[in-house]
Design a protein around this ligand. Structure first.
Ligand SMILES: Cc1cc2nc3c(=O)[nH]c(=O)nc-3n(C[C@H](O)[C@H](O)[C@H](O)COP(=O)(O)O)c2cc1C
Length: 227
């Protein structure tokens, strides 16, 4: 698989088969992904790999935690600015609308939306969960490095016939996740990544998210020209 095939075939998969991912495959993905670049070669990422009982137990803990805290534990970082401006706000809105449309959930159907959102905390059925942490003393450039690491994992996963879904939603359960993993205090949970084999028949996986036109984000300067 060439790189652009991996890029074009990656999407946020939100329904997985129960087929288990061999440990050797996860090992290979992470071994390649550690070649991701980072400023000053800091390599600021820390990853926990969960499968089987240990993943099931975490899922159960979050389910129990919801009884007293339906919205989770708050986040340690701001996932979106509270006053998210356009075009970002409309893009997020459109992406949500399109996602729920794939499963026939209307905007007014709050319960249906919540039910789907909670699938985040079941890893969307994936048999492997990765939890990606960053040292809390690090700043925006290192968070960008972790982003490159995430994308590398997701692309190498494609090469292995696997799909992924990056999940900031897990940051809302950072205490439960951190305790479950015995993660040291100096690490902050950025996100989870669901990893597994795509369910090809799941309507939710038919979503193809939009992208802005190149003219919306590229400025050709001087003699450089759009071909
Ligand atoms: C860092 C990051 C965190 C994300 N968190 C979530 C999440 O918690 N739940 C979810 O369903 N999708 C999540 N997504 C997926 C985005 O919604 C998705 O990448 C975006 O809509 C573009 O769609 P695509 O990935 O299918 O191309 C996340 C993506 C990124 C990069």
């Amino acid at each position: 698989m060439i790189v652009s095939e991996a890029v074009m075939s990656r999407f946020s998969c939100r329904s997985f088969l129960t087929t288990k991912v061999p440990q050797a495959v996860i090992h290979e993905i992470l071994d390649v992904s550690r070649r991701a670049p980072s400023g000053g070669n800091l390599q600021p990422w820390h990853v926990y790999v969960l499968q089987d009982d240990v993943l099931a137990q975490l899922i159960a803990k979050v389910r129990e935690g919801r009884v007293n805290s339906p919205r989770g534990e708050g986040t340690e970082y701001c996932i979106y600015p509270t006053d998210l401006k356009d075009p970002y706000d409309s893009r997020r809105d459109k992406c949500g609308e399109d996602l729920y449309a794939t499963i026939g959930v209307k905007r007014s159907n709050t319960r249906g939306r919540v039910r789907q959102f909670r699938r985040n905390f079941e890893m969307f059925g994936a048999t492997t969960g990765l939890f990606v942490y960053i040292d809390r003393t690090l700043g925006p450039p290192q968070w960008a490095d972790v982003g490159m690491f995430l994308q590398t994992i997701m692309l190498v996963a494609r090469e292995q016939g696997l799909h992924t879904c990056p999940q900031e939603a897990w940051a809302t359960w950072h205490k439960t996740v951190g305790e479950h993993l015995a993660a040291p205090e100096h690490l902050m949970l950025f996100c989870g990544i669901a990893l597994g084999y795509v369910d090809p028949d799941a309507p939710i996986n038919t979503l193809v998210t939009e992208r802005a036109d190149m003219d919306d984000f590229v400025t050709w300067v001087g003699k450089s020209r759009r071909p």
